[in-house]
Design a protein around this ligand. Structure first.
Ligand code: PGA
Length: 250
């Protein structure tokens, strides 16, 4: 049985005051026996603030991106080792917004994944098809290639150290959600690919669903056999919604 993971992706939202209020509400509402793992992936400038706010919390800290390089003359970049120093446990890699707005390709995403693993952190590897790709029957090949590039770059003995997030691009921030059956179909394919790489470890990998997950659809999505949690954008910015999704993750 895989323990579920509910991870908030704040994207480029927040402020010192808003982060403090949001995490205070979340921390106050969580009891000691939370049934799932929880994380928030904050914008880089707020990692130190969030590290302090989460010091004695059940909520782990994550980052939203990382450099593919280890160190050196890469202006504007933050390395995996730096993220680790600020208490990050998770790092999102290959989010569709990075892929589409910042031209990140599968090879770069794979390299970032390697860096995250090297620093002892857990990459949340995002895959997902556009509406056009779905409508032309390419979903399986697109997500297969995205995950395949990552699996080819990492040591097969470390497959269990990654988290995968299936985020259909057409569902992100749009209010359109994949039905549980549609999502499960893709998750099952991803599971097969993971177990094909390493049978024992692939069965342990958490595959999150992301794309307009909300309190009113979270439970039915996470009831599917291969949906092991959620990567939550908009709903992670409201404490009540984020908490309701956490409560749905059993
Ligand atoms: P959303 O975003 O929940 O706002 O659709 C999810 C994501 O992009 O990770």
């Amino acid at each position: 049985m895989r323990r579920k993971l509910v991870a908030g992706n704040w994207k480029m939202n927040g402020s010192l005051a808003a982060n403090s209020a949001l995490l205070a509400s979340v921390n106050a509402a969580l009891g000691n026996d939370v049934a799932c793992d929880i994380a928030v992936c904050a914008p880089a400038p707020y990692l130190a603030q969030c590290q302090a706010l989460l010091a004695s919390s059940q909520v782990a800290l994550g980052a939203q991106d990382v450099s593919a390089h280890e160190t050196g003359a890469y202006t504007g970049e933050a390395s995996a080792a730096m993220l680790a120093e600020f208490g990050c446990r998770y790092v999102i890699v290959g989010h569709s917004e990075r892929r589409s707005y910042f031209a990140e390709d599968d090879a770069l995403v794979a390299q970032k994944t390697v860096r995250v693993l090297q620093s002892g952190l857990t990459p949340i590897v995002c895959v997902g098809e556009t509406l056009e790709q779905r409508e032309s029957g390419k979903t399986a090949s697109v997500v297969g290639a995205q995950l395949g590039a990552v699996l080819a770059a990492i040591d097969a003995a470390r497959v269990a150290d990654i988290v995968v997030a299936y985020e259909p691009v057409w569902a992100i921030g749009t209010g359109k959600t994949a039905t549980p059956a549609m999502a499960q179909e893709v998750h099952a394919q991803l599971r097969e690919q993971l177990t094909g790489c390493n049978a024992e470890q692939g069965a342990k990998v958490r595959i999150l669903y992301g794309g307009s997950m909300k309190p009113d659809n979270a439970a039915e999505l996470m009831a599917m056999p291969d949906i092991d949690g959620g990567l939550i954008g908009g709903a992670a910015l409201k404490a009540t919604d984020f908490l309701a999704i956490i409560a749905a993750a059993k």
